[in-house]
Design a protein around this ligand. Structure first.
Ligand code: ADP
Ligand code: MG
Length: 331
């Protein structure tokens, strides 16, 4: 889906290359963190993927095409398959939330009917229904970034690139934005996110590509900076589909909460209630199952209710590619 072959990028008038000998491949449906200190080359990588820059040597291929082979006048069409999100949101300040999201579609000549369906769906997916008429300055930073994400996905791109999307946000809001990107990824969209914030990378346990002074120093599947040895092993193969994948994601997110519940088991009445709902002699529960209350200490990890209707929106939005090798709609 995205392939760097021995890529070196040297900007004019600079001594050291911004990237040297960078070599990696991102598969369809992956979520990849590009990490490294400021100046390590993260943004340069994303600009190469978007063909905003060209490699000095080596090759960049995206969606099966060597970017060198795309004529300049075709570049705007190529970029329609890629949604971009930036640290500074880049919203149009005098346009409403709705207009900001609709604008991309209007420019690309989408039909009015499609726009009227796709914009509200994208806004619902990012949790901004009801704020269509607001102007960017009437929103919080996190909400502004949600608008930018809605705009990035409304055209149903196969790839979303995010360059330090949480760089201007407080930690709590940053986690929300990361979870939103994870949900978009669960619908089948390939996500590449550049960040220098290690804490969030830890929590997500996704592939990490680390750059240092333009060189790739790490490419780790399910990586992270922290000790993740006490996180339970889950079996994503056992459950398929966007909803299931999102639910598994949620399992990871609530892991710490569940640990707290185990340390402090729930009182007997709730257990009795649970027993009534699912007798002790019943067959094993499915691994992923919505639950509206805590479980006894001995029960496997429980999952909070997942808004399947909302995930359905993601599926209709075409966030899945229709080519579900690993993840996709459940039906
Ligand atoms: P990061 O996003 O990790 O901070 P960048 O890709 O922006 O890293 O920058 C990598 C290196 O390339 C830095 O030394 C930076 O100064 C340099 N650089 C980036 N863009 C340009 C440019 N347009 N012209 C000259 N040097 C650049
Ligand atoms: Mg950067």
């Amino acid at each position: 889906m995205i392939r760097f072959e021995n890529v070196t990028k040297r900007y004019r008038g600079t001594k050291r290359p911004a990237l040297s000998g960078v070599d990696f491949e991102v598969q369809r449906g992956e979520f990849v963190f590009l990490v490294g200190a400021s100046g390590s080359g993260k943004s340069s990588c994303l600009q190469l993927i978007l063909r905003e820059e060209s490699p000095t040597s080596g090759r960049v291929a995206v969606l099966g095409r060597d970017l060198k082979s795309i004529a300049n006048r075709k570049v705007p069409y190529f970029r329609r398959s890629i949604g971009s999100v930036f640290q500074d949101f880049r919203l149009l300040p005098s346009k409403t939330v709705y207009q900001n999201v609709a604008f991309t579609l209007q420019v690309t000549g989408a039909s009015r009917g499609f726009i009227q369906q796709a914009v509200p769906e994208a806004l619902a997916l990012v949790g901004l229904s009801g704020k269509e008429k607001r102007l960017p300055h009437e929103l919080s930073g996190g909400e502004q970034q949600r608008v930018a994400i809605a705009r990035a996905i409304v055209n149903r791109p196969q790839i979303v690139l995010a360059d330090e999307p949480t760089g201007n946000l407080d930690p709590g809001t940053s986690v929300d934005i990361m979870q939103l990107l994870a949900r978009i990824n669960a619908g089948g969209t390939t996500v590449v996110m550049a960040t220098h914030e290690a804490a969030f990378v830890d929590q997500m346990q996704r592939r990490v590509i680390e750059l240092r002074d333009g060189e790739m120093v790490r490419d780790e599947v399910g990586g992270g900076y922290g000790d993740t040895s006490n996180v339970p092993r889950l079996e994503p193969e056992a459950v398929r589909g966007a909803a299931a994948t999102a639910a598994l994601q949620t399992v990871r997110e609530v892991h710490r909460e569940t640990e707290a519940a185990i340390a402090d088991p729930i009182p007997a009445p709730a257990e009795a209630h649970q027993a009534a709902a699912a007798p002790a002699s019943a067959p094993a529960q499915p691994t992923v199952k919505p639950s509206d209350d805590a479980r006894p200490a001995t029960h496997p990890i429980t999952v909070p209710a997942v808004d399947l209707a909302e995930l359905g929106v993601a599926d209709r939005l075409g966030l899945d590619t229709g080519d579900d090798e690993e993840v996709g709609p459940t039906s």
